[in-house]
Design a protein around this ligand. Structure first.
Ligand code: RAM
Length: 333
């Protein structure tokens, strides 16, 4: 009798500990900054994936897109004892010490969308092949301007590792003989802030009156550029392309300010991040090349080698949006 009572108490205690640790498992994502509809969709996908697995998601983003502001948030998350941190880096290197501190506290750290140094992450969830993004954007601009003329890039912050990587591959593509008549005149930075992106676009138009195309590899930048070109009645004279949200860009694709652009599904990027997070925490994967896991409705994924020497989980190819298909996508994301 006494024995079975002790046994029952022990079983209950074990069950309580197990239940508490399940309930207490918190999975955090830290985006670049607030006020970016792309970031909101990415975080919504992460939350959906975490909640589908019955865990708790913590969604954070600083007001300003700086590494300093993200460091403060990460320190808070370490104190909260989260199980995992998924970081959308505002800087490739500056977050390394705080992320290493998180890892030393037993937190599984990985980056998504905008990578951090491989020394500070277990893996990186990459939305699309970075080399292909760079090549595709230059090829798209080349076709738009008929193979010759001045082009400019309107980026996010000068420290954003995803944009910087894509810009590097754009520059590499431009060295091919095919592009001998295409001149990249400037890389401007709108910091993923709407007003700054508008004024940087205006600055480009003023400084380079012969500009033929602005490539904005940021959803905030491309929407701002689309608005400026439309408001200034420059449609057909200066083209816009880059990476944009169909919901924000539909009117600029329809009015031909932006004949076509590219993106992937930001909800899926976040959702894939959620399953990467739980696979790391459960020990199913370590972030090493060859590790495999399932991302529920997205299917099976494997960890592969990333071009920066670390590893990554690649969502899939980028998608082209133009006048023919934008109507199907503008209400989706
Ligand atoms: C902006 C952000 C984000 C990037 C997209 C394309 O919203 O900079 O990190 O992936 O653009």
């Amino acid at each position: 009798m006494r024995k079975s009572f002790v046994k029952t108490v022990m079983v209950l205690a074990i069950m309580t500990v197990a239940a508490t640790s399940l309930v207490a498992q918190k999975y955090a994502i830290v985006f670049k900054n607030t006020g970016n509809p792309y970031g909101e969709k990415q975080m919504a996908g992460f939350k959906a994936g975490i909640e589908e697995q019955k865990f708790e998601a913590i969604l954070r983003a600083p007001d300003a897109p700086t590494a300093e502001a993200q460091i403060q948030i990460i320190d808070q998350l370490i104190a909260q004892k989260v199980a995992s941190i998924c970081i959308v880096g505002n800087d490739f290197d500056a977050l390394t010490p705080v992320l290493k501190k998180a890892a030393a506290a037993g937190i599984k750290v990985f980056s998504l969308d905008s990578s951090v140094n491989p020394a500070a992450r277990l893996t990186h969830v990459n939305q699309a092949d970075s080399v292909k993004i760079g090549q595709t954007l230059i090829q798209g601009a080349y076709d738009m301007i008929g193979g010759k003329g001045e082009i400019a890039i309107l980026s996010a912050t000068s420290q954003a590792s995803n944009q910087n990587l894509w810009i590097d591959y754009m520059k590499k593509e431009l060295t091919l003989p095919k592009y001998k008549d295409v001149k990249l005149v400037k890389v401007a930075y709108g910091d993923d802030l709407r007003d700054k992106s508008v004024s940087e676009t205006e600055g480009l138009l003023k400084s380079f009156p012969n500009l033929k195309c602005i490539i904005a590899p940021t959803t905030v930048g491309i929407a701002a550029a689309g608005k400026v070109i439309t408001d200034k009645k420059l449609i057909g004279k200066v083209f816009i392309t880059g990476l944009g949200l169909p919901s924000e860009m539909a009117s600029y694709i329809e009015n031909k300010a932006c004949p076509y652009m590219y993106l992937w599904n930001p909800i899926d990027v976040g959702y894939l991040g959620a399953f990467t997070a739980t696979a790391l925490v459960s020990g199913k994967i370590k972030g090493a090349v060859g590790d495999k896991f399932s991302a529920s409705r997205l299917g099976a994924y494997a960890v592969t080698k990333a071009p920066d020497g670390g590893t990554e989980v690649l969502l899939g190819p980028p998608f082209k949006f133009d006048a023919k298909n934008i109507g199907d996508w503008k209400t989706v994301y």
